[in-house]
Design a protein. Structure first.
Length: 543
């Protein structure tokens, strides 16, 4: 499943080119892309006992889109650059990379409701949905690595406001309920399956889990497309995306559940770790006290965290498998976990290791997970650790005259990211794909924190908040990109109306009217008066 990247128009950034293709024609938008360099962070997955966790890097991306606050839809050629703008929507994505996978976690997405200022026609494709899908496809294309698996993960939870405080007071903001939000995200990610990002992919599959619902009820949330059965699977890919399942005879459930920020399954996982922190079983086998399998974990999660608040929540994944990657044809049909999970891929072939080592019994749960083979990276890490120990032992104490070092006073930080490597075994950070402003993680957090303390309750407050956020993040310098839409909306409207009229079912011939009750002839006629004849009337004789 290889795709060829489209040609880029001369003089245009690639992100502008991608966004202009999905936005309405001749309408100008402002785009602000903020990102950080890959920074070492905590591992997403816990390692089995007596093993080191994967070295993990995180790269943050924040994309904000603005519209003209006056409601003008003029383009860059005839538009007024001095006209005020207002933030319309934004999306935040974290990219976690290891030596095995690249995970694109959608942290937050929110809108202000001021997109209604454009006065788009009814039936126009949602710019929010189109931009979210195009931005994710753009990041996957620019951050993919050779023979490495790419995973898109998100948690859908309905809430009034995520990134724009006070925006719920705007009457034009359309807030989806829990069911509508899960369906909306499935529609956003579905185009990634129909036309995957440019790359050499062997397969692309999406997964959906809604705690508390069975497979039949969950199926109603999938997009109504022709290839939905081939593209979507009801369940989770946690065993499929973990390299531990290919290296150990069995894997504890806690080693398969990622620790994403602000994620309910991560918080529930931490609760289980705290409950079993003092148990010897957790230290030797990595097993919790009560939860013994992933099936039990998902079942109990329906009664924990936000999943038990009375609203539906959805967990969605999209997995892109490379042709010559870690997920090869020798992947086991049943993964070495304590219990079969919700998914058993039917396309996998038998494993190359003996089946006796893959079977998991109750006795195996009392033993420490054992590696099936020695990986190259683990061997290199072991040899490197030994050499470091020897180097430490050979280190001699310093002798001689102590020379003081002159302090290096830095008045301004210049070229702070020039010395950072573009490509390592753990991440890939090319120039394309970086934000227009690349800042350190601390400055990035301050920018998001500033946005969370602004007010978007009405248009005047939103314009002032937008002006302040753009100015402070840009350090007073102008930044941002202007995107003019190129998508012909009228063609989409005609096609949608044609399909709509062609699929209307006329059920008037099948409707049976209820018959009115029969009216008797005597109902409308007045009641008859019985008159006795004179011969029947007898007078009482007088005494």
């Amino acid at each position: 499943m290889s795709t060829i990247p489209p040609k880029l128009a001369p003089g245009k950034p690639l992100l502008v080119e991608r966004l202009s293709r999905v936005l309405p024609k001749d309408i100008a938008f402002g785009v602000y892309h903020l990102s950080t360099p890959p920074t070492k962070t905590d591992a997403l997955f816990s390692a089995p006992p007596n093993e080191h966790e994967d070295k993990t890097y995180c790269e943050n991306h924040f994309l904000a889109v603005t519209v003209d606050a006056t409601g003008s839809t003029s383009t860059a050629n005839g538009g007024d650059h001095e006209s005020p703008t207002v933030l319309a929507f934004a999306i935040e994505i974290f990219i976690f990379t290891t030596a095995y996978t690249s995970t694109f976690f959608v942290s937050k997405a929110d809108s202000t409701g001021y997109l209604a200022l454009l006065g788009l026609l009814k039936g126009t494709p949602s710019p929010i949905k189109e931009v979210c899908g195009a931005f994710m496809s753009y990041l996957i294309e620019q951050r993919q690595r050779k023979d490495k698996q790419c995973i898109v993960s998100l948690f859908a939870r309905a809430q009034d406001q995520y990134l724009f405080p006070g925006s719920i007071k705007n009457k034009t903001k359309h807030v989806l309920d829990d069911r509508g939000l899960v369906k909306w995200w499935c529609k956003v990610l579905n185009p990634l399956l129909a036309s995957p990002p440019a790359g050499d992919w062997a397969a692309a599959k999406a997964y959906l889990v809604i705690p508390g619902l069975d497979a039949y009820e969950t199926k109603a949330f999938l997009p109504r497309t022709e290839n939905v059965a081939a593209h979507w699977e009801l369940g989770h890919p946690l065993e499929r995306i973990s390299h531990y399942t290919r290296e150990y005879d069995w894997v504890p459930p806690r080693c398969l559940i990622p620790k994403y920020p602000d994620d309910p399954k991560s918080r529930y996982r931490d609760e289980l770790d705290e409950e079993s922190a003092k148990s010897k079983q957790l230290q030797t086998t990595g097993m919790w006290k009560g939860i013994r399998s992933l099936d039990q974990f998902w079942e109990m999660l329906a009664y924990r965290q936000e999943c038990s608040s009375g609203r539906l929540t959805g967990f969605i994944w999209v997995v892109f498998d490379p042709k010559n990657g870690e997920q090869r044809a020798d992947a086991p049909t049943s993964f070495p976990t304590p219990s079969a999970s919700l998914i058993t891929p039917s396309t996998a072939e038998p494993p190359s290791t003996p089946s006796k080592q893959r079977t998991t019994s109750t006795a195996n749960l009392l033993l420490t997970p054992r590696k099936l083979f020695q990986t190259t990276e683990s061997a290199d890490a072991a040899s490197k650790a030994k050499s470091e120990k020897k180097a430490k032992k050979k280190k001699k104490p310093l002798r001689g005259i102590i020379k003081t070092r002159q302090p290096n006073i830095k008045t301004q930080r210049r070229n702070q990211f020039r010395a950072r490597k573009i490509s390592t075994a753990y991440y890939y950070w090319p120039l394309e794909g970086r934000g227009q402003r690349v800042v350190e993680e601390s400055a990035y957090k301050r920018s998001i924190e500033l946005l969370l303390h602004l007010d978007f309750a009405n248009l005047d407050l939103a314009k002032g908040s937008t002006r302040r956020w753009v100015s402070e993040v840009g350090m007073g310098e102008p930044w941002g990109l202007e995107v003019t839409g190129q998508r012909d909306v009228s063609v989409v409207d005609h096609a949608a109306s044609a399909t709509a009229t062609g699929t209307v079912n006329n059920l008037s011939g099948m409707v049976k009217r209820k018959r009115a009750p029969a009216i008797e002839e005597n109902e409308d006629q007045p009641a008859k008066i019985n008159v006795l004849s004179a011969g029947l009337v007898r007078k009482k004789p007088r005494a």
